[in-house]
Design a protein around this ligand. Structure first.
Ligand code: GAR
Length: 215
């Protein structure tokens, strides 16, 4: 299976374990990609330290003009940074802001997000806690293309985990994150192999899908 190298820009606000899973997949040649830049809206975020450890350019972006979105001057600066670093695919990895149209238009159908729930259930914050409080028996994660809504874009793939008796928000989130770390590299592999096309709300997978070791 022929694949096209992805040039990834990561946006994240926290620990960066999903970013790490992409780095790891690239290192063991399970994903034909390079992370060209990591940008965070949180100055001391661990995701920036992780990026520097791997010699990936790491930038803090002052987004303080807005509380919950990436907009205005910060949005413009973000697009500029991504373009300057040759990014063609934007990966939201625990980025706790809503991205707006200008960024989506700059990377059409190339902005992805991972959400710690089986969308469309439990969009928004602390999705694993929402799921636990609701009493579901199966939880999971979703990788999707980003659109104008919050956690509403076309779904690329989902992975499930059981909810166990005695789960706390922390134990359930940890179980979901194990699946996230498989899901994001897998979704990116499908994109690099040109296997996906978007038709309305549906992401259609071509007949030939790459095996896990394909480059
Ligand atoms: C992940 O669980 C991700 O799904 C979630 O934040 C965590 C970030 O972890 N994202 C959201 O809740 C977005 N709505 P990480 O920084 O270790 O990748």
């Amino acid at each position: 299976m022929r694949t096209k190298k992805l040039h990834i820009g990561v946006l994240g606000s926290g620990a960066g374990s999903n970013m790490q899973s992409v780095v790891d997949a690239v290192q063991v040649k399970k994903l034909n990609a390079e992370i060209n830049i990591v940008i965070s809206d949180v100055a001391g975020a661990t995701i920036l330290d992780r990026a520097r450890t791997h010699n990936i350019p790491a930038h803090w972006l002052d987004c303080s003009a807005y509380r919950t979105k990436l907009d205005g001057e910060a949005e413009r600066a973000c697009i500029q940074l991504m373009n300057d670093h040759g990014v063609d695919t934007v990966v939201l990895a625990g980025f706790m802001r809503i991205v707006k149209r200008r960024l989506l238009d700059a990377f059409p159908n190339r902005v992805l997000n991972i959400h710690p729930a089986l969308l469309p259930a439990f969009p928004g914050l602390y999705a694993w806690k929402q799921a636990l409080d609701y009493g579901v028996k199966v939880a999971g994660c979703t990788v999707h293309f980003v659109d104008d809504g919050t956690d509403t874009g076309p779904i690329i793939l989902q992975k499930t985990v059981p909810v166990l008796e005695g789960d706390t928000p922390e134990t359930l989130h940890a179980r979901i994150q194990e699946q996230e770390h498989l899901a994001y590299p897998e979704a990116l592999r499908l994109i690099s192999a040109g296997c996906l096309r978007v038709e309305g709300r549906r992401v259609i997978m071509n007949d030939s899908t790459p095996d896990a070791s394909a480059r």
